[in-house]
Design a protein around this ligand. Structure first.
Ligand SMILES: [Zn+2]
Length: 437
């Protein structure tokens, strides 16, 4: 018998490998941070022993969900301003709130709440774009979550940096701090083409190449942005990026709501990933991203929640259900975004577009053990004929029982193991009182 550290059993095991078949009575063997094997429980228990064995009765185990676009510390602005168009929401509410409140202390505290919310809804990895990522990353490591943390760049001065050199030297420090981290991947993240000109974009592209890191930005979110881009550069946003040499596999783009067929082809050809943020797009009335078209053209599309101020939660389960339904209605075709495709977007595609495809996104020997254990015995989940359908259309964050990241049990029976949940909630209430004044 081979000794491992942990065996996770499951009535239903979804690996997202091979032909996406569900393994009934499955198990995963974990040693240290790694998956050693996954398959039939009988086979695993005949070959491996472990001190910790997690029972799988009435449970489904699947790969950790990936949130490929958010601004985690913005959880403290949840519900601060709703029901407004993007530019008015940004200019009159979000940017003033950020310029008043954004500090290292704010980020350090807010990221705890964001991680707690994501972990308890089955998200094991998130890709972020914000400021003070050095502070955020230290906290995310302490909590035990995986993060691709994009150091923010904008053309104008803020509390965080005075000019381009300031933003890039901050980004340099984020790279230095986390380049050997097991959980944190540094990333460069200019905000958007309406806040960053070509100089900062080109510089970010060179920075990503030099450090061999992912590149994360917003693109083609609104019709207004596309019209401005055409006015300024005589091109649509993706064509503009092609022109300045930014389209590559290391780039992933949040939104991509307004694309021409030529732009979709370009994204596929250059292997650029797309973070689809349907609930944010719906709430800010940006439009409907051509997700089915992108998938059919071979573009890797994954899910992002965007910041909690435009969603207003950080649940990928919510994005999955919303996207699966909205795209059917938009295309007048109920066969698009079927539940297996949606699950693929939430796991494997997510890991691939943020550059972690060899590490996470599926349950496979050699990958890191990032697993979600969800309860299936609940009124809204019975009876159960198709577990993919249930995860996409019926499961709620409250069904997530345990979460394992890098081989460690981070959420156990609904409770965070690495920090005190009540302290996190109390801190959020303290900030609420401050911000409300
Ligand atoms: Zn965003």
């Amino acid at each position: 018998m081979e000794k491992v550290d942990l065996i996770v059993n499951a009535d239903y095991l979804i690996t997202m490998e091979g032909d996406l078949e569900v393994i009934e009575n499955g198990a995963v063997a974990v040693r240290g941070s790694d998956i050693v094997d996954a398959g039939a429980a009988d086979d695993i228990s005949s070959r491996f022993t472990a001190e910790k064995i997690i029972d799988g009765k009435d449970k489904v185990v699947f790969p950790g969900l990936i949130n490929t676009h958010t601004h985690a510390p913005m959880v403290y602005f949840r519900g601060l301003a709703d029901d407004l168009p993007l530019m008015e929401w940004l200019e009159k509410h979000i940017w003033p709130a950020e310029s008043k409140w954004l500090t290292e202390e704010f980020v350090d505290d807010a990221v705890e709440l964001a991680c707690l919310e994501m972990l308890k809804s089955g998200v094991t990895t998130y890709a972020d774009q914000y400021f003070y990522q050095g502070i955020a990353g230290t906290k995310v490591e302490k909590i035990g979550m995986r993060g691709v943390l994009g150091a923010g760049v904008i053309d104008f001065p803020s509390k965080y940096a005075q000019d381009a050199d300031g933003y890039f030297s901050n980004a340099e420090r984020v790279v230095e701090k986390f380049k050997h981290s097991e959980l944190i991947t540094p990333c460069i993240s200019p905000h958007a083409i309406y806040t960053c000109g070509p100089d900062n974009y080109k510089r970010a592209g060179e920075f990503a190449e030099k450090h061999d890191i992912p590149f994360h930005t917003h693109l083609a979110e609104t019709q207004f942005e596309v019209a401005e881009c055409q006015k300024r550069f005589g091109k649509t946003p993706v064509e503009y990026f092609e022109d300045i040499g930014l389209l590559s596999e290391r780039l992933f783009l949040a939104h991509c709501v307004w694309l021409t067929d030529n732009e979709i082809e370009l994204l596929a050809k250059r292997k650029v990933g797309v973070a689809h943020c349907i609930e944010s797009n719906l709430k800010l009335a940006c439009g409907f991203a051509p997700v089915d078209k992108m998938l059919k053209a071979g573009v890797k599309v994954a899910f992002g929640t965007d910041g909690a101020a435009s969603n207003n939660d950080l649940s990928i389960l919510g994005e999955m259900s919303t996207a699966a339904k909205v795209h059917k209605a938009v295309s007048m075709d109920p066969t698009v975004l079927d539940s297996k495709t949606v699950m693929q977007m939430a796991t494997k595609n997510g890991a691939d577009i943020i550059g972690l495809g060899n590490i996470t996104g599926s349950i496979k020997p050699g990958k890191k053990a990032d697993l979600v254990i969800a309860n299936l015995k609940a009124p809204h989940l019975l009876p159960m004929y198709d577990v993919y359908s249930h995860i996409t259309y019926s499961m709620r964050p409250s069904d997530i029982q345990s979460v394992i990241i890098n081989g460690k049990v981070i959420v156990e029976n609904g409770t965070l193991t690495t920090m005190n949940e009540n302290d996190i909630l109390d801190k959020a209430m303290m900030w609420q009182d401050r911000i409300k004044e």
